[in-house]
Design a protein around this ligand. Structure first.
Ligand code: G3P
Length: 224
């Protein structure tokens, strides 16, 4: 499982990159627009934090295949390290994906809501597909089941495309997707924190602290 952070919030990226085993950072036009700053400044700041080896994902805002390719090539050149362009699924996007594969640029096909969309994206050469789990759950569409079916299809057809599940609102959704064998999840810092949090863990840690302090006070192992 690869954990990827779904934000352009520099503070959150700094924090999560330090404390969690992240493989990269994903953004989309809505996430970038929230920052309301120069696009390239945001890209540079994210890259400075994550370094060249972790993957940075940014989405094209173009509508035609030629322009999508042009924008992807530019972002790939200027991203300062491992890069993957996000392209929403549509005819122009599929054409652009096939072109970008020839140029050796990684593609994530995004805004995926059905296994059928995912299968065609993978056949076009996408390196990743991003099904939107919570947006499906919001319309009783069982996002985790869609993710499971995509994973199953790629196994049946022996396709190398990875499933990078997106749009999460809670830890349960992440857990269900992990059980289905999806290779990556992209989550916010809040969801990441929810994944590692458990009241029984807090109680266990509290108990250890209390028992130790009853005998040794503030002394730590380093003080012996
Ligand atoms: O970038 C795709 C996805 O993670 C969006 O999530 O919360 O806008 O449904 P959300």
């Amino acid at each position: 499982m690869e954990y990827i952070l779904d934000t352009a919030d520099i503070k959150a990226i700094k924090h999560c990159n330090e404390f969690y085993p992240l493989s990269g950072v994903t953004t989309n036009p809505s996430i970038i627009a929230k920052e309301n700053r120069n696009f390239w400044d945001i890209v540079k700041e994210i890259r400075d934090i994550i370094g060249p080896d972790k993957t940075f994902f940014a989405q094209t805002v173009q509508k035609t295949a030629d322009k999508i390719v042009e924008e992807a090539v530019l972002m790939n050149e200027k991203s300062g390290g491992d890069f993957c362009v996000k392209i929403p699924i549509c005819e122009e996007g599929l054409k652009a994906t096939m072109e970008l594969k020839k140029l050796g640029i990684k593609v994530l096909m995004t805004a995926i809501f059905t296994p059928a969309q995912a299968l065609i994206a993978a056949k076009a050469g996408a390196d990743y597909v991003a099904p939107y789990v919570n947006r499906l759950d919001n319309i009783i569409g069982d996002g985790c089941e869609v993710v499971a079916q995509i994973v199953e299809q790629f196994a049946i057809y022996d396709l190398p495309c990875k499933v990078l599940a997106a749009s999460f609102k809670n830890a349960e959704q992440v857990h269900k997707c992990a059980l289905s064998g999806c290779q990556c999840v992209t989550v916010t810092d809040d969801v990441l924190k929810a994944v590692i949090t458990h009241p029984m863990t807090d109680a266990a840690i509290g108990g250890f602290e209390k028992d130790w302090q009853n005998v040794y006070g503030e002394k730590t192992i380093l003080d012996f």
